[in-house]
Design a protein around this ligand. Structure first.
Ligand SMILES: *[C@@H]1O[C@H](CO)[C@@H](O)[C@H](O)[C@H]1NC(C)=O
Ligand SMILES: *[C@@H]1O[C@H](CO)[C@@H](O)[C@H](O)[C@H]1NC(C)=O
Ligand SMILES: *[C@@H]1O[C@H](CO)[C@@H](O)[C@H](O)[C@H]1NC(C)=O
Length: 561
């Protein structure tokens, strides 16, 4: 009885925490000139805060008579603004729960180290040839980063921006590479992304640490050297405040002609019960980025694949890392194994550096990483910066192709490795394996751009099917329309709606015509939701390179779901 009560109370508490919080910000799409936008803003008591990032016709409006945070929406305002003929879409912004990956573990301690005790890195002169891990913190990563450096690649000319809690632009390791044009404070609405250290509760140096991993300067004998130590590095401060769909979209579409790589190590909670992905504006920002960013070659969005493994989480329930537009990176460090999430959308793994590796700390300090710290996606962003220097003409899909081809599976133990129909070894933990920087720059130099992306969308004619508890539902999906349009598969996205009494009990496997089995979803013990999957998209990269037609003697594509 007591037990029952306790559980009930927990449920009630959680409900309070999860109540929707409405902000005083609206995202509005208006077909009209600047005057028209100002007129509408003024008429309804808004301040026009400007266009949302690079998204044309989308504006950020702040309402003066609405509370900054409230549990009730102001539908009255929404309804009246919607009557304007030029207003095509609008949405009052709600607060999203977004967490920094591994931040808790990461911030257990930070040591101020005297710089004379620290290894120094001089990667561009002959010390590079010295096989000493002291001089190259990435030496033992198995990723051949030194090999890419020796070939002359250091990220020069490539611009990377870290979307996080800010970056310390005055940090001696960042200052030489800091780029104000790649930086923005979305939380504070200004151009200075410096983190706020005055809040004791939040240790806001996650972004600084990530930025250092990517592009800490060489030759300054301070904490460390970044993977791409000549790349220009910026920061977008967006996690230190209320995160909304609009905040994410502003950040992901900030200067897409200037920034090449966006690095994000955060997402919906990895609690094993959350099912969340990018909202409408953020989806638009990602699509806009790959279509138009980098003068049409496409922005590269690097994402961490999640660390909720201990809570039975599955990265397919994180719509950011499972988007086809993000390069989702997991960790190759054995201590991380139980934290890692399995899913079929992870593209590759990176080694975040050994335990105790020196990295950046707050207030110009250095710190040592702890066992659970995860900077893998930042390392991935650095390696991609080296690759883009080797060939700046690569498109966002070329980058993914190069990762698939050059990543290494040996030395990463996983019973799950399998060989897909195109001969690539792939796993649900590590994608196509550990990134290999030297192999990537070499591949990039001789790479010929892949043809334009083609997509094939087909609907299952059987609209709905019932499923019995404990049963297996096998759905064979035949598709012939794809075979002529899509020759080789890159991503496969399965969009489905499922009603179920307990979402965590579901698991979903997709078998390709070549026989590759992608675990699109695994059971999640902590997911008690009764909401099922409302038009959720699951993605797999495991059939990469396989013929869409399913072998020479078959005209039909056969997807078994
Ligand atoms: C290589 O590094 C070690 C350790 O820092 C140093 O003692 C040695 O002199 C270096 N060798 C060369 C050839 O630079
Ligand atoms: C920094 O955080 C503190 C505590 O949360 C807050 O009071 C202060 O206004 C913040 N400063 C800035 C510049 O945002
Ligand atoms: C390598 O370069 C750094 C900075 O330019 C310099 O201080 C150091 O002495 C150089 N090392 C060698 C062995 O030339």
């Amino acid at each position: 009885m007591v037990h029952f009560l306790f559980l009930w109370m927990m449920g009630a508490l959680l409900q309070v925490c999860h109540a929707t919080i409405y902000t005083n910000d609206w995202a509005i799409r208006i077909r009209g000139d600047r005057e028209c936008v100002s007129r509408i803003a003024e008429k309804y008591g808004f301040t026009n805060m400007g266009q949302i990032g690079d998204l044309k016709s989308y504006y950020s409006f702040r309402h003066s008579e609405t509370a900054m945070r409230s549990t009730v929406s102001n539908t009255q305002v929404s309804v009246s603004v919607a009557t304007e003929t030029e207003v095509e879409w609008l949405q009052q912004q709600v607060v999203l729960r977004r967490e920094k990956r591994n931040s808790r573990a990461n911030h257990v301690f930070s040591v101020n180290l005297k710089s004379e005790n620290l290894p120094t890195a001089h990667p561009s002169n002959q010390t590079l040839h010295n096989d000493s891990m002291w001089r190259n913190p990435w030496y033992h990563s198995g990723m051949n980063i030194g090999g890419a450096w020796r070939r002359g690649f250091s990220g020069k000319g490539v611009v990377v921006s870290v979307l996080d809690d800010g970056i310390e632009r005055e940090h001696p390791d960042l200052k030489p590479n800091y780029d104000p044009l790649a930086s923005r404070d979305v939380n504070g609405q200004d151009d200075d992304p410096s983190p706020n250290y005055s809040s004791a509760a939040a240790s806001n140096y996650h972004g600084t640490q990530s930025a250092g991993t990517i592009a800490a300067a060489a030759h300054n004998s301070h904490c460390t050297v970044g993977v791409s130590f000549h790349a220009r590095i910026g920061g977008i401060r967006m996690l230190d405040g209320d995160v909304t769909d609009m905040v994410e979209a502003q950040s992901l579409s900030f200067r897409p002609q200037y920034i090449d790589i966006y690095s994000a190590s955060w997402g919906p909670e990895d609690d094993g019960a959350t099912l969340e992905g990018p909202g409408p504006l953020t989806r638009l920002a990602l699509e806009n980025g790959v279509r138009n960013g980098r003068r049409g070659r496409g922005s590269v969005f690097v994402w961490s694949s999640g660390s909720g493994g201990l809570r039975g989480d599955h990265c397919s329930c994180d719509g950011y890392s499972s988007s086809i537009y993000t390069v989702s990176i997991s960790s190759s460090r054995s201590e991380h194994l139980e934290h890692l999430e399995r899913c079929s959308s992870t593209l590759a793994a990176a080694h975040p550096g050994g335990e105790g590796m020196v990295t950046l700390g707050p207030q110009k300090s250095c710190s040592r990483t702890t066992a659970a710290s995860s900077l893998s996606s930042s390392v991935g962003a650095g390696v991609i910066a080296l690759t883009l220097q080797a060939n700046p003409l690569l498109t966002w899909r070329d980058v993914q192709h190069i990762i698939v081809r050059s990543s290494k599976s040996h030395r990463l133990p996983d019973p799950d490795w399998s060989v897909n129909g195109a001969g690539f070894r792939v796993s649900h933990l590590y994608g196509f394996g550990l990134l290999d920087a030297e192999a990537m720059v070499l591949e990039a130099q001789r790479w010929r751009r892949v043809p334009a992306q083609r997509s094939c969308v087909q609907e299952d004619p059987q609209i709905s099917r019932a499923m019995f508890p404990g049963s297996v539902l096998t759905s064979v999906f035949q598709s012939s329309g794809c075979s002529s349009r899509v020759v080789f598969v890159e991503h496969v996205v399965v969009r489905l709606s499922i009603d179920h009494r307990r979402r965590g009990d579901l698991s979903i496997t997709l078998t390709s015509p070549s026989g590759t089995e992608s675990k699109l979803l695994n059971n999640r013990p902590f997911d008690d939701s009764t909401e099922g999957f409302p038009a959720w998209e699951l993605m797999t990269t495991h059939s990469w390179g396989e013929p869409a037609a399913g072998g020479v003697d078959s005209e039909d594509q056969r997807l078994v779901l």
